[in-house]
Design a protein around this ligand. Sequence first.
Ligand SMILES: O=C(O)CCC(=O)C(=O)O
Ligand SMILES: [Fe+2]
Length: 516
Amino acid sequence: ETYTAMLSVHQALATERDLLQHLHTYLEEETSRLNDLQRFYKKVEALHQGMGSTLVNPLSAFTLIKRLHSDWLNMIYSREASENIQALKSKYQRLEQNLPAFEDLEGAARALMRLQDVYALSVKELAEGKFQRVSAAPLSDIHSPRRDFSLSADDCFHIGKVAYDMEDYYHSILWLEEATSLFRVSYGKWNTEDEGSLEDALDHLAFSYFKAGNISHALSLSQEFLHYDPSNKRVARNIVKYEKLLMANPEASEDEVTLQRPNVTHLETRDTYENLCQTLGAQPVQHQSPQLYCSYETNGMALLVLQPLKREIIHQQPFIALYHDFISDTEAETIKSLAAPRLQRSVVASGEKQQKADYRISKSAWLKETVDPAIAVLDRRIEALSGLNTRPPYAEYLQVVNYGLGGHYEPHFDHATSRKSPLYRMKSGNRIATLMLYLTSVEAGGSTAFIYANFSIPVVKNAALFWWNLHRNGEGNEDTLHAGCPVLLGDKWVANKWFHEHGQEFRRPCSINPEE
Ligand SMILES: O=C(O)CCC(=O)C(=O)O
Ligand SMILES: [Fe+2]
C-alpha cells in the first residue's frame, strides 16, 4: 500500500525517478535513431540533386541499385525502434511490483475528499492548489503551500470517478463539475496519458445529477454530450427518459436539489470533530483558568533533576498534559528510522480481532526495548514522567505511527470498551494511560482533537502528550474520546506508549470515587 504512509509515498517518488531515468535513456536512443534516419535522408536527398547527370557514372548507378536493393530495406526494417521500446517496456515491467495499485489511487482520491470535507475546502480552489474554505466569506487561506500545484482535468476526472464508482454522488458531482469545466477549456487537446475526456466527464456527471435527483442538470449535460458525440444511442435514450420525467413532474426542474454529504455512521461526533480539526489546535481561550499552567517538574526523580520536564497542563478533567522537548531531534530521527523498515498498515480493534479500517489511515511498527539502546533510554524517561511501570506486559512496546495521505485516526478510545477486546490478550488489564510523542511537525492539519473535552492540540514536534484513559476505579473515562485529524500538508509521525492497569497498583492506587 502506497497511500497509507508518507514513507511509502516517498518510496513511490524513488520509483518514478527510476522510470524517468529509463525514459531518458529511451529518448536518447530514439533521438540517435532518428538522427541516423535524418542522416540517411539527407545523404540520399543530396545525391538526388542533379542526379540525372551523375547517373552516367557507373559508380553512382551502382550505389542507386544497391540502395534500392538493400539500404532502404535495412533502414525501413531496422529493429532498433522496437528494440528500444521493448527495452523500455521490460524496465517498466521490472518496476511494476513497486507501482501503486488501484486501491492506492482510490485511497489517494478518498484522502483528497476527506481533506475537502473535514477542512471544508472548496474543490475549485483545491484543484488550483489552494487550500481555502468553502463558506467563510471572504475565502480564508488555511494554508498556502510554498509551491503551487494544480490538478488537471483528468486528475479531477479520476477523483470524481472514484466517488462515482462508490455511488457517492455528492463528491462525484463536485469533482466531475471541476473536471468538466477544465476539459471544456482544453477541448481538442488530447494528452496520451489522459484516461478521461470531456465526453466521459459529461456522461458521468449527468448520471450523478440524475442519481442525486437533479433531472434538469442531467438533461442539459446529456444534451451537451450529444453535441460532441451525436451518434451515442445510450445518451440519446437517456435524454428521452429525462425529458419524459421532467414532463411528468415539471416542478422537478425548478427544485434546486441540495447535495448531502454521505452519512458516515461511525461519525456521530462529526461536527465537533471537524470544528476542532479546522481550528488547527487554536481554539479561542474561553476562560483563563488558573488550573492550566506551565511548570518544571522533576517528579522527585534523579533522572529529571538536571533536565526537568517542561509541563503544560492542557486540561484538568480529564487530566491532559503536554511535555515540551521531551525528546531530542536525534531521538525522534532514531525512532523513525528504527520503525521505517518495520511499518505495516495500522489496525484497529474490531470485536475480538484486529483489522484495517478506513477510519485509521497510517502504518505503524512496534519497537521493543531491546531493538536499540535509545528505546531503553526513552523508556526510563517515560517511567520518570509518568511514575508508571513500562516493563512488558505492564506497558506495550512503543508503537510508532506514520500517517499517510490525508492520514487520520477518527474519534476513538485508546482503552478497551468491551471485555472481548484484543487489548486484554496481554492479560494485564485495560490501557490505564497514554503517552503520545510527536516525532515530526506538520505544515498544516494533523492536530490531536479531544472531542468531548472540546479542544485540540496542534502537532508540537518532540513533545509528549499524557493522559489517563481510566478513572481510578478502573472505568473508562468517556471524556478521553480523541482523534488524529487528517494531515493536510506534511509528514506526521507519532509514537504511542500505552500503560496497562496491572503493575501500577502502587503507582496509581485505585479509588472507589468515580470522579477521580
Ligand atoms: O495522531 C494523533 O494525533 C492521535 C493518535 C492516536 O490517538 C492513537 O494513535 O491512538
Ligand atoms: Fe488514540
